[in-house]
Design a protein around this ligand. Structure first.
Ligand code: ZN
Length: 141
């Protein structure tokens, strides 16, 4: 879904997310698709269109996330909050597998977010392997 953002807010978000998906860290330049603004808490659940509730996401993460704010931790089967890019640090909840192609969940939040947003899907993993070979990935570790 395309939403309108005032220029100042868009620039603030671009700076914060450094042209990467705030969830799977895919660089816009690698994906070849413009990142989309994501409401961390959806507007339908009272989430506001303010910096503290917005991040940039790739289209796949945005699509899989939809209006969800929770997911199931596959390790415990328990429902947990999804990763909140403005309140939590990516590296506290996620890490890259040694070869850089898959994301590992370090916490219940990380694991539930990976599963819910399908962050290691069968399209992105081979693409990441190519980016690693080319030296373009991972953007953060
Ligand atoms: Zn993503």
């Amino acid at each position: 879904m395309s939403i309108y953002l005032p220029t100042e807010l868009r620039l603030q978000l671009e700076q914060a997310d450094d042209h990467c998906c705030a969830y799977c860290q895919t660089l816009q330049a690698n994906s070849g698709q413009r990142l989309v603004p994501d409401h961390i808490v959806p507007e339908s659940q009272g989430g506001q269109r303010i910096f503290e509730n917005l991040c940039f996401a790739c289209r796949l993460c945005n699509e899989y996330k939809g209006a969800k704010t929770t997911g199931i931790d596959p390790q415990t089967g328990e429902t947990t909050a999804l990763f909140h890019p403005r309140q939590q640090n990516w590296t506290d909840h996620f890490a890259w597998e040694e070869n850089g192609s898959r994301i590992i969940g370090l916490t219940a939040v990380g694991r539930a977010t990976i599963t819910t947003l399908n962050m290691n899907n069968d399209v992105i993993v081979p693409a990441r392997q190519r980016w690693v070979t080319a030296g373009w990935h991972p953007p953060k570790s």
